[in-house]
Design a protein around this ligand. Structure first.
Ligand SMILES: Nc1nc2c(c(=O)[nH]1)N[C@H]1C(S)=C(S)[C@@H](COP(=O)(O)O)O[C@H]1N2
Ligand SMILES: [Mo]
Length: 371
């Protein structure tokens, strides 16, 4: 664990400009674009994320579908129920006495996209305890195949089934199969960037599923339930669902899937010039599969390999840098693409034409600039 002073240095190491270095503004940014945080601190308005390797808590985006619940830490309990041999019921103190685990995880909302400048993302150092250890202690029964995570927050939902439309009050819920839930990197967290988790980001306790889209990281988590069927709550099966047409056996199959693992994406977030040298930086978000390459090109020039930042870890976002020399005056585009060792390549935007829903927009982001 880095000291707070060291983390503070890291936080501000990126935006600083070297002597003689100037920012080249991307011209595809809307005129009113700002990355102002909610903490009264503003980032450079001509660049998008990231401000640094670790996103400061106040600059980390926020999504809460049912508003923000109030949770009293004194009466808080985490329950683990369902098909387990030994159900669990832990106070916050009991939970915090469990073995500590940490992970640096970067994620984005499944609705983050080039069109909204990929602003719904961030990278933080999360600390808490292992979910798999807790699950194993509870002893999942053989038919306990699905693990559901409920938040304290709830809202009215209309649910249409055989008997017509009903209004029911539901907790925010997300689920995964037990093999995914038993992965060692999944944590029950109460710390973000070395500080106690704040209410907006899920205090007292949230789930962090490294490599998955933001929606999986259930905030205000107070109930884990193991069951034998799929959980089909709103945020698994009616919302955060991707509809994509796939050509299979000569016909279009309309596949509907629940937003889960992060689709590999790279975003160029900053361009600077020092004399005749141009330096572009950006970040990759992905599911944790090792990367094979991150490449950048100007206009339709050759793809050039980027250098990866030494702070990057398996589930962090991956910062990268690439240099170009002697770019001629005029209007240009700059594009990045990431590829993982499974051979999965970040697609061009046009390849996503058969994806009819807004989620999981990981198309190559063509930036524009003028010299
Ligand atoms: N309990 C609860 N957890 C939640 C949500 C929510 O509305 N309620 N929103 C989810 C979504 S859609 C996203 S993108 C992330 C955002 O996490 P953040 O606000 O800490 O950035 O939280 C997820 N966890
Ligand atoms: Mo989200």
């Amino acid at each position: 664990m880095a000291s707070l002073a060291a983390m503070g240095l890291m936080e501000w190491s990126l935006p600083a400009l070297a002597q003689g270095e100037e920012i080249i503004a991307f011209t595809d940014l809307p005129a009113n674009f700002t990355t102002a945080g909610r903490g009264g601190r503003s980032l450079d308005t001509r660049t998008v994320q990231p401000s640094a390797f670790i996103t400061p808590v106040d600059d980390f985006y926020l999504v809460q579908h049912y508003g923000q619940p109030t949770v009293d830490p004194a009466t808080y309990k985490l329950r683990l129920t369902g098909f387990v041999s030994r159900p669990v019921d832990l106070t916050l103190d009991q939970l915090k006495r469990r073995p500590r685990a940490e992970v640096v995880a970067g994620f984005e909302c499944g609705g983050s996209s080039n069109a909204n400048q990929n602003r719904l993302c961030g990278n933080a150092r999360w600390a808490g305890t292992s979910l798999s250890a807790l699950l194993r202690e509870a002893g999942p029964l053989p038919h306990g195949r699905e693990v559901v995570f409920f938040g304290v927050d709830k809202g009215m939902e209309s649910v249409t089934h055989g008997r017509g439309t009903q209004m029911v009050e539901q907790h925010f819920g997300r689920s995964m199969n037990i093999d995914d839930a038993l992965k060692p990197e999944v944590l029950i967290c109460w710390e973000m960037n070395g500080q106690p988790l704040v209410a907006t980001h899920g205090a007292p306790v949230r789930l962090i599923v490294p490599g998955w889209y933001g929606v999986s990281n259930v905030k205000w988590l107070d109930h884990i339930h193991v069951q034998d069927t799929r959980y089909q709550g709103r945020f698994m099966s009616r919302d955060y669902v991707t509809l994509v047409g796939q050509q299979i056996g000569g016909e279009t199959i309309w596949n509907e899937t629940s937003v889960s693992r992060i689709r590999i994406k790279s975003v160029l977030s900053r361009l600077t010039r020092t004399g005749s040298r141009f330096t572009a930086t950006g970040f990759v978000l992905h599911d944790g599969t090792p990367l094979r390459s991150v490449e950048v090109r100007i206009d339709n020039g050759p793809w050039q390999a980027a250098r990866m930042d030494s702070q990057n870890t398996q589930f962090s976002w991956k910062l990268f840098t690439v240099d170009f020399n002697n770019v001629p005056a005029g209007e240009h585009t700059m594009t990045s693409r990431a590829t993982d060792t499974n051979g999965v390549v970040q697609p061009e935007e046009t390849a996503l034409a058969d994806k009819k829903t807004m989620w999981e927009n990981n198309g190559q982001f063509v930036r524009k600039f003028t010299l």
